[in-house]
Design a binder for this molecule. Structure first.
Ligand code: NAG
Ligand code: NAG
Ligand code: NAG
Ligand code: NAG
Ligand code: NAG
Length: 378
């Protein structure tokens, strides 16, 4: 593209940053980067920052940036186009900065493209949306249906993925019919960090497929089994919003043996239509493991709390637990299923922070470098 138009984009950047700076001086540190944060064994806040020093190709700290804009003034008009520009077997962080806009597309990050960041508008004006569902025809074989696991609007197989300020959506609404599973996001990289990201769908919104993942201050919405999969994930300070009208379920963790995977929800806010009777979790696989601690839970939970997926033998092996939640949907000793566990503070301890996902091995999110978003206008 013409360099003059890139220059125009950059004058907008500079203007926006200047405006933002006046509001957020205190957060800015010219030393936000040091070499330790470039250690690619760790995901850091720096991987989600985008700053004043950005140029047309880097973030000003030596990390490559690819801009996605709807108006053609960036490097790509589609998110997939930007992913395609990342070299295969990439071994350093690449920040894909996605300007505000609605991107009607499906995005695939293959396994050989690790270290990708998606940085969107922190006010949630960057939306990636599509509407593929399980019963759609498989483009590779018209005699078959595509199947649930291939419906995602955004599918991430690359490791060390990080995202912020993005809304990822699948607009299919489950109506009780078959084949309505429709993923917004499928996350299968070994490690991933999502901050301030919204994931919207209906049946099976988030296939948290495998790996160790950290969701911090995210918003996840759906109707049934809307957080599902085999991953080992911590969801901290998130909002889980149920759109169910009568029945539904939040989590369907899938665990076939007694390994370290599971979903831990800590200090989350769980909302929905009052009068719903949904499950906190359902047993996908005999060892399904889901824990809610220190959450605020609206009056939307079936008093039995949990469901064995009509496989009573799973009651012996699932790990469905609650600790110190509040709200009318919280622990109900009169009605909870007998196999649900109420944890003491010490029993809940292993589930409360990033140790649950072995964060010391791949996350460096110390408080001093908490999120710095300079990308107000992007
Ligand atoms: C940045 O680094 C310089 C040199 O190490 C130091 O003098 C300065 O105080 C640092 N600034 C901030 C805001 O940390
Ligand atoms: C950081 O790395 C660069 C290039 O590898 C090197 O020139 C620089 O001295 C390093 N800075 C510090 C503070 O270690
Ligand atoms: C879904 O994604 C495909 C492929 O990226 C695109 O062609 C189509 O327009 C999108 N549809 C919607 C409704 O977003
Ligand atoms: C719990 O989450 C709320 C809302 O995100 C946040 O304001 C609060 O600081 C969190 N509390 C703790 C103890 O982390
Ligand atoms: C799973 O393993 C843990 C610790 O190794 C053990 O305490 C627990 O009883 C096991 N659960 C089942 C259902 O076998």
């Amino acid at each position: 593209m013409a360099s003059s138009s890139l220059r125009a984009v950059f004058s907008v950047f500079v203007l926006c940053f200047a405006m933002f700076l006046t509001n957020a001086r205190a957060q800015l540190s010219p030393n936000a980067t040091n070499n330790a944060t470039h250690d690619n064994r760790y995901i850091t806040w720096q991987d989600l920052n985008f700053g004043i020093e950005a140029t047309r190709d880097t973030d000003g700290q030596g990390t490559r940036v690819i801009y996605v804009t709807k108006n053609g003034h960036g490097h790509s008009t589609t998110v997939q186009g930007a992913v395609d520009m990342v070299p295969e077997n990439n071994n350093e962080r690449v920040k894909i900065v996605i300007f505000a806009g609605t991107y009607n597309e499906r995005v695939y990050i293959p396994r050989n493209k690790p270290y990708i960041s998606f940085i969107g508008n922190p006010n949630y004006q960057t939306v990636i949306t599509n509407n593929t569902k399980a019963s759609d025809t498989d483009p590779l074989d018209p005699r078959r249906e595509i199947g649930m696991s291939r419906t995602a609007t955004v599918e991430v197989e690359g490791d060390y993925f990080a995202a912020t300020g993005i809304t990822i959506q699948n607009t299919v609404v489950a109506n009780g019919g078959v084949g309505m599973q429709a993923l917004a996001l499928r996350l299968s990289g070994e490690n991933a960090f999502l901050y301030n990201t919204r994931i919207l769908g209906s049946q099976d919104t988030l296939l948290d497929d495998r790996g160790k993942h950290y969701f911090y201050k995210c918003y996840i919405e759906g109707l049934v089994d809307f957080i599902c999969g085999e991953a080992q994930s911590l969801f901290q300070d998130c909002i889980l919003h149920s759109t169910a009208m009568r029945s539904g379920a939040i989590a369907a963790h899938h665990r076939e043996k007694n390994d370290s995977t599971g979903f831990s929800f800590v200090n989350c806010t769980i909302t929905g239509n009052v009068g719903e009777r949904i499950y906190l979790g359902r047993a996908w696989g005999p060892y399904s493991r889901t824990v809610y601690s220190h959450c605020i839970i609206d009056d939307i939970i079936d008093p039995v709390g949990w469901n064995d997926f009509n496989q009573p033998e799973r009651q012996k092996t699932v790990f469905f637990a609650e600790a110190q939640n509040r709200g009318r949907g919280a622990w109900n000793s009169k009605y909870r299923v007998s196999y649900a566990k109420r944890l003491s503070p010490s029993q809940a301890q292993p589930f409360l922070d990033t140790k649950f996902i072995d964060g010391e091995q791949w996350l460096r999110l110390d408080e001093n470098t908490s999120p710095q978003f300079h990308c107000l206008c992007c």
